[in-house]
Design a protein around this ligand. Structure first.
Ligand code: MG
Length: 248
């Protein structure tokens, strides 16, 4: 074979065993890419996503003490119900692309960490901060999009309170061999399409006023959203496992 559809007489790529421009290499899967949410319009998940919240159903979420999640569901979003505790997915997953949309409370109350605080906890323990950081200074590693307590976001790309914002997060779990850390977790985070972290290694699970330290845990975990007492909203939550080449 030689031409537009591929070649079988080119050199072989050592990592895959395929020829350069090999026409026999599996075609990438075709998916429908979905729609990104905007400040006024909800997004839609791509066709191959695992949907964690579709705007109406929270039966896949667990609240305090393993009970059903108690947060408020209305108008296509879930909203923190203060005092009912964090919620997490029954689904557990590892390396992935995660998307969600959130909005800070329309009514601006409090300052610093007390304004529109919530959080996106990857594997239930690594927090990407959710806060209303529109004209609301706080400590940098607690800014919206911060890897809480470890790294501030590269920029503050927050929208105004009440406006919907998008998180796109690419997550690589840490790898353990027994009690030993083989590879740290890595995260890439985009807020409203802006890169806040690029393949940043984490120091360990999120701590408050303390240093992080890895402790071995399973290779999959839930997504957890934080009840920090503020009326933060979430919608259009989904993930896609990150696959490997040539496995359509
Ligand atoms: Mg938080």
């Amino acid at each position: 074979m030689s031409g537009n559809l591929g070649y079988s007489d080119n050199p072989v790529l050592s990592d895959s065993g395929y020829h350069v421009h090999d026409g026999e290499r599996p075609q990438p899967r075709v998916i429908t890419p979905g729609v990104t949410g905007t400040p006024t319009t909800a997004g839609q998940a791509p066709s191959d996503a695992f949907v964690l919240f579709d705007g109406a159903d929270i039966s896949g979420w667990i609240g305090r003490d393993g009970e059903a999640a108690q947060w408020t569901v209305e108008d296509g979003y879930i909203q923190v119900k203060p005092g009912t505790g964090d919620i997490e997915t029954a689904a557990k997953f590892g390396k992935c692309q995660l998307h969600l949309e959130f909005a800070s409370p329309v009514e601006v109350k409090g300052n610093g960490q007390g304004r529109g605080n919530s959080g996106v906890f990857l594997m239930g323990q690594y927090e990407i901060q959710v806060l209303d950081c529109h004209e609301n200074p706080t400590y940098p590693d607690g800014t919206t999009g911060g890897i809480y307590g470890q790294y501030p976001p590269l920029v503050n790309a927050c929208r105004k309170p009440g406006e919907w914002q998008t998180y796109d997060i690419i997550w690589t779990p840490p790898v353990f061999d027994g009690d030993n850390l083989v590879s740290p977790a890595y995260v890439t985070v985009l807020l409203n399409g802006i890169v806040l972290h690029y393949h940043q290694p984490l120091q360990g699970p999120t701590q408050h006023r303390n240093l992080a330290e890895y402790k071995p845990h399973p290779s999959v975990g839930p997504l957890k959203l934080q009840d920090h007492g503020d009326l933060v909203r979430f919608r259009n939550i989904w993930y896609r496992p990150i696959g490997t080449y040539d496995t359509p």
